[in-house]
Design a binder for this molecule. Structure first.
Ligand code: PRT
Ligand code: ZN
Length: 220
């Protein structure tokens, strides 16, 4: 990490990577040819990208390995519920892409049709901390079954009675005979920063935010 250069954590590949690279490109950031799988250097701005899994972005920024990062609010909120250091990070700018909603859903015409019906049931999710917080706030006692992916198959496999998962078009729920009955969190990609880890790149962060705002405004 050379002095004066800001490090931005971006998802290596996936939905956030796509939107993040588009935003950087439209903001006029030119990336040098990739020699390194982990780092990409910008040619015309004192900025280096660190390419990692989205789930790792909050802790990389909170630890100061990166000054800022582009992450989904869903991943940020789950990490914040587990780590006070992540909870202390600030959202610098909402980015308006990768929109989705964390929802509770259950089989159509099954015994679970509402939040109250979750009492004593099992809920499969990749967001255990957010699900637990939601249930606790409503005084519901339920079992949380943590899954790394394919959460939508859990009711059919009798692993759980309901799920708490991300929804964008709703096609996955429909294909699995599930219906959403409650929203836990609305999410979009956000730019987060750690003011103590800017490495002298505060002006670069300001420049990025200004350019991001311009691109977002031009999309509306
Ligand atoms: O490898 P890595 O860990 O970095 O990637 P990943 O597989 O965890 O993430 P990825 O690329 O799938 O998603 C990254 C982020 O994109 C998420 O954390 C969200 O912030 C955002 N996002 C937006 C979504 C969706 N929309 C989305 N639809 N993430 C996942 N989905 C999945 C959802 O889990 C479900 O399986 O798509 C399915 C539902 O989609 P619909 O359209 O059928 O409703
Ligand atoms: Zn992930």
């Amino acid at each position: 990490m050379s002095a004066g250069r800001l490090t931005l954590a971006v998802q290596k590949s996936g939905r956030l990577a796509e939107g993040g690279f588009d935003l950087l490109k439209q903001s006029g950031v030119k990336l040098a040819y990739a020699r390194d799988a982990l780092m990409r250097r910008a040619e015309n701005v004192p900025l280096d990208l660190m390419l990692i899994r989205d789930d790792d972005i909050p802790s990389f920024v909170a630890s100061g390995s990166c000054g800022c990062g582009i992450v989904g609010e869903n991943v940020l909120a789950e990490a914040a519920a587990r780590s006070p250091r992540v909870a202390g990070l600030e959202i610098v700018q909402r980015l308006g892409f990768a929109r989705c909603t964390l929802k509770l859903a259950a089989p159509l015409e099954g015994p679970v049709q509402s939040v109250a019906d979750l009492e004593g049931r099992a809920i499969a999710t990749s967001y255990p901390a957010l699900t637990a917080k939601f249930l606790q706030e409503r005084g519901i006692m339920a079992e949380i079954v943590e899954m790394g992916g394919s959460v939508e198959v859990a009711p059919r496999m009798k692993i759980a009675d309901a799920i708490c998962d991300l929804v964008s078009t709703g096609a996955t729920l429909e294909a699995n005979g599930l219906a959403a009955f409650e929203t836990v969190l609305e999410s979009e990609a956000v730019l987060i920063a750690n003011p103590e880890a800017l490495n002298g790149g505060g002006a670069t962060l300001d420049l990025l935010v200004e350019r991001f705002k311009g691109v977002i405004a031009s999309r509306q």
